[in-house]
Design a protein around this ligand. Sequence first.
Ligand code: ADP
Length: 397
Amino acid sequence: MSDAILVVNAGSSSIKFSVFLDRGEDRAIEHLLSGQLEGVTTEPRFSARDAAGTLIAEQRWTQPLGHDGAIEHMDGFLREPLSVHRLAAVGHRVVHGGLAFSAPVRPTPAIVEQLEQLIPLAPLHQPHNLALIKTLLANHPTLPQVACFDTAFHRGQAEVAQAFALPLVITERGVRRYGFHGLSYEYVARVLPDYDARAAQGRTVVLHLGNGSSACAIADGRSVASTMGFTAVDGLPMGTRCGNLDPGVLLYLMDEMKMDACAIEKLIYKESGLLGVSGVSSDMRTLLESAEPRAQFAIELFVYRIARELGSLAAALGGLDALIFTAGIGENSAPIRERVCLAAAWLGVTLDPAANNAARGAARISTADSQTAAWVIPTNEELMIARDTRNLLGRIP
Ligand code: ADP
């Protein structure tokens, strides 16, 4: 029997979870299984895989389960695998920690209340993250829980990197750049010394390219600047989010097209990005295979925006020692990596095309004499949360 750590990420329409086994201080945390329930408010789909990626459970429904129903299903599914282990702690991904939380924390009712104040800053995720913590606090008060924040890694950025050029009274209300994907960046920063000691102590830009995409400048393991700002819609174009947008566009949409906040939110979060530009799909694989000129233009715009942000982040760092690709597109798409690296040649990146095409898992994809190294390093936000949970709780009681 081992201590099990359950890691949960409750989103607006999905619940993802992983179970890790804590074999003791001197041994690594071991991945046991992962599962997800998607479309919980429409037509739910459940699947779970073991650590080797083999499908171990699958189910579909034609009626919505809701978040409570989804949690009940997860609970029921976990009963059997957890029957031979001891559920020792639950680690939660919480999207927003605001200004107050720059590290993981054990949530108490008072802390949950404090985190609820941040719901207007992340309305799609924060309420669901907190609802599960509250349910567990009420039903299992002795079960240790840890909240890990997607914003925490960026809290150490200089004031100038966090500020908008807005009047102080607005900034003081919390309108500032928070940056997200922090758990992914922190994971990559922590494992980087295993691959490239020079980069780990130097200036690195990590490109987290998935359905949600962002980039982060990291110096000596610490976040210096990031492309996501007040919300996770800023920065790079994403699957369905527009990224960087002249605020004047929003005024035009309101005044001339009579769109209200709700319609604009739908436009910039759900109907833009790769999907909106291509009119074909939000999925990079589909776009890469498409002969539609708009699909190819969406890819061109995606790469162009990455290249420009890369220049901006390199400027924030005062140079660049390494460029790192991670997340779904970054880890799996050699053509996108190639195009980004070619656009980054002026920053000293010389791609090794054979290494790039052959990359599976962590791999160096720049030539041996490249002035700036380029790497693929798979991210693992769930493992980051499991480690944070174990570290915060020490030897779990
Ligand atoms: P999320 O942000 O939801 O965690 P992921 O990190 O899983 O998303 O990334 C999903 C994206 O990765 C999708 O656009 C998908 O098309 C892309 N992707 C996954 N595999 C490949 C591949 N082999 N080639 C190109 N894109 C890929």
